[in-house]
Design a protein around this ligand. Structure first.
Ligand code: GLN
Length: 336
């Protein structure tokens, strides 16, 4: 039966692969040179079943898909009230890298856009963490950046259920031309929304974005959110159920940037995309879904990934607002 589910996933990949529009992200050298024909899809259920198809062993940098997980860690570390004092909870309706803050408060609007993600990055509690996220490679960072990155790398590894690593070369390349993110960090600092130095926040945020994952890793990370913060594979609690729920609320309203309303209406799954071509979706209590295909639409989300999610949502009735509550794997088995 597992084999027929994999065959089904391969069919979804084949159909979504027909659309070869979209472009690779040009502003990060590592992403500009990616193989645009790669494609993968993975499901991980809240009760620990997993299946995948395509280039499911291919490692890519997690980029913005790190944002909901780091937000969840910050919520767990310092609590919702303190996080909310620094980072808002409203959709921005703007591009991911917009230089914008909430009128009146000076906070970034939400943790899914870069301004909010850079602020959220510096909120995780790193005080009890060691400073060796990658040994030699990280020595050019300050101790504070290194311990924060260690906390985040360990936290994301717990979501994935295996030790993840950072692509230090990709991080260096992105940092070398991080003018926009530096501008955002300086804007935050000037409004009192950053307690660390702008350069340190951007350094660490880029290291966070450079964590390497496969589509299977991010499906399991999504499944941990679907499973109230407990990793379904090994049973470890990674974050509280409350932090998982809050994070899913933010993903539903803000996860797809300026396409968030359209996404929630048409696909109906709390989600987050990344500029390297990944998308995760979480159906609470049910399943984590992850796609990978590097060609991007105008909003910076994978063209083929959006098609894969639309396909799965339609065929398996995954829309959050649908009155059918289904068990995804049972539904797949029934149909195959
Ligand atoms: N590291 C990227 C940046 O900050 C992440 C952006 C994204 O994935 N949308 O620009």
């Amino acid at each position: 039966m597992q084999e027929s589910i994999n065959t089904y996933l391969r069919e979804v990949l084949r159909e979504s692969g027909e659309d070869v529009s979209g472009k690779l992200a040009a502003y990060i050298p590592r992403l500009r040179d990616a193989d645009e024909n790669l494609q993968a899809l993975a499901l991980a259920t809240a009760d620990g079943q997993e299946c995948s198809a395509g280039d499911d062993e291919h490692l890519f940098t997690i980029q913005s898909i790190s944002k909901p997980f780091v937000y969840a860690l910050a919520l767990d570390d310092i609590g919702l009230d303190r996080v909310r004092d620094m980072v808002g909870m409203e959709p921005s309706g703007e591009a991911f890298n917009e230089l914008s803050l909430e009128g009146g408060t000076g906070r970034p609007l939400n943790p899914m856009i870069n301004a909010g993600a850079i602020a959220t990055h510096h909120l995780v509690d790193h005080s009890s963490h060691e400073q060796h996220p990658g040994g030699q490679e990280s020595l050019s960072r300050t101790p504070e950046v290194r311990s924060r990155t260690t906390r985040i790398l360990d936290g994301l590894s717990a979501f994935a259920g295996r030790q993840l690593e950072i692509d230090w070369d990709a991080a260096e390349e992105e940092y070398a031309s991080a003018y926009r993110n530096m501008a955002i960090a300086h804007m935050l600092k000037s409004h009192g929304s950053l307690e660390t130095e702008p350069d340190e926040a951007v350094r660490g945020y880029i290291d966070q974005c450079s964590i390497m994952v496969t589509v299977k890793d991010i499906a399991r990370m999504a499944a941990t959110l679907a499973n109230n913060g407990v990793n379904p594979e090994n049973g470890d609690r990674v974050i509280s159920a409350e932090s998982a729920r809050t994070t899913l609320g933010i993903m539903a309203t803000c996860g797809m940037y300026d396409a968030s309303g359209r996404w929630l209406t048409q696909i109906g799954i709390p989600a987050k995309s990344g500029i390297s071509g990944g998308i995760i979706g979480v159906l609470p209590g049910q399943v984590g879904i992850a796609s990978f295909a590097p060609r991007l639409n105008e909003e910076g989300s994978s063209v083929q990934g959006v098609a894969m999610f639309q396909h799965l949502s339609n065929e398996l009735s995954l829309h959050l607002m649908s009155n059918q509550r289904i068990n995804v794997i049972e539904e797949l088995q029934r149909r195959l």
